[in-house]
Design a protein around this ligand. Structure first.
Ligand code: 3PG
Length: 343
């Protein structure tokens, strides 16, 4: 385990210079370092705990100097964590494929073309929100495409906790400075939304914009099925599912899994293939098994992350579905707290 040197503190950013090795302890977290010479910037809350001169950090996000440091992520307020001093040993992970888009409706290959939702897609996103309205959400991750971002925002309008999802802008220092929130109370009532192109739909290359049926008529049903559902055969000048997984699953492991480990409940609103690749990782599917995996638009899927394992819990049917809360004690207690707070 490398010992990272505390290089300097600049405002709210602690800069660590990795001297060697691949990991270092920062606070109570093991932070993966990158090759020597990369500068790690670790954002920490103003309320960082100081003891005996050592800076004990509640590491909430680490990144290299090559990627922009995500803005100060918001720790869930104590009212959201049943015991804010103890990290829960189980948290919720919700996955949602975006609601129907205008090109889904036209049966066109969409990929990374930034197409909006249809009215049906809006309704699907709102219905998804009903289904997850009593499940804790502390952070939201989504792609850089509007259909996934809007699905997340619409779903959260139905959440009983009524926290406000806020898209973090950290493209550069100005974006961070100009989107800063200056009220602790308001921060407590917010949910950070982190966007990344790495969660985008697979890039469909020269099929983007083509009609799926016409493409099958032209190239043959078998060939199009191979492009759409094989694991390692890309469409012309596009991404295979394997190539999509290399970015989406890496992003999940490097950015989202550490947040789950730190006790955050996470919602991911993304796309058919970026989510298929993540589910392949969560459920340990083979490249053969993932071929048959299909995701409907706007249907939330619930996982419980417990002791480093992902336990698939199906799709919550409705906020009144008692079954969802029987899955774990903490979910049941969170639901009870909501009932007490909001009745
Ligand atoms: O990008 C698209 O066309 C769809 O969102 C997913 O398409 P697929 O189901 O054909 O992979």
């Amino acid at each position: 385990m490398a010992i990272a040197m505390l290089q300097q503190t600049v405002g709210g950013t602690l800069q660590l210079l990795s001297n060697s090795g691949t990991h270092c302890n920062v606070g109570n977290r093991s932070v993966r370092l990158l090759p020597k010479g990369f500068k790690l910037e670790v954002e920490f809350p103003k309320r960082a705990i100081y003891s005996s001169g050592k800076r004990k950090l509640n590491v909430i996000q680490a990144s290299t100097s090559q990627t922009s440091v995500v803005g100060p992520l918001l720790a869930p307020s104590s009212s959201d964590t049943l015991d804010s001093h103890m990290k829960p040993n189980e948290v919720a992970l919700i996955l949602i494929r975006h609601g129907e888009s205008l090109w889904n409706e036209k049966n066109l290959f969409t990929g990374c073309v930034d197409v909006p939702l249809t009215n049906k897609g809006v309704e699907e996103a709102i219905e998804a929100g009903h289904r997850i309205s009593n499940i804790p959400v502390d952070m939201i991750y989504t792609s850089s495409l509007i259909r996934a971002q809007k699905t997340a925002m619409l779903a959260m309008t139905q959440h009983r906790r009524k926290k406000v999802p806020i898209i973090l802008h950290n493209e550069d220092e100005r974006a961070r400075a100009w989107s800063k929130i200056y009220s602790e109370d308001t921060i407590e009532q917010s949910i950070p939304v982190i966007t990344s192109w790495k969660l985008n739909e697979r890039m469909y290359g020269e099929l983007q914009g083509l009609n799926k049926q016409e493409t099958a008529d032209k190239f043959g049903h078998e060939k199009v099925h191979e492009w759409r559902r094989s694991y390692d055969i890309p469409p012309p000048n596009g991404e295979s599912l394997e190539m999509c997984a290399q970015r989406a699953v890496a992003y999940f492991r490097d950015n989202i899994e550490p947040q789950l480990l730190s006790g955050k409940n996470i919602l991911i609103s993304a796309h058919g293939n970026s989510l298929r690749s993540i589910i392949m990782y969560l459920d340990k599917l083979t490249s053969q098994e993932v071929i048959t995996l299909e995701l409907s638009t706007g249907i939330p899927m619930l996982y419980i992350f417990k002791e480093g394992k992902f336990i698939r819990r199906g799709s919550p049917v409705a906020p009144t579905e008692a079954g969802v809360y029987a899955y774990t004690r903490r979910l049941a207690q969170y639901r009870q707290k909501l009932d007490d707070m909001l009745t």
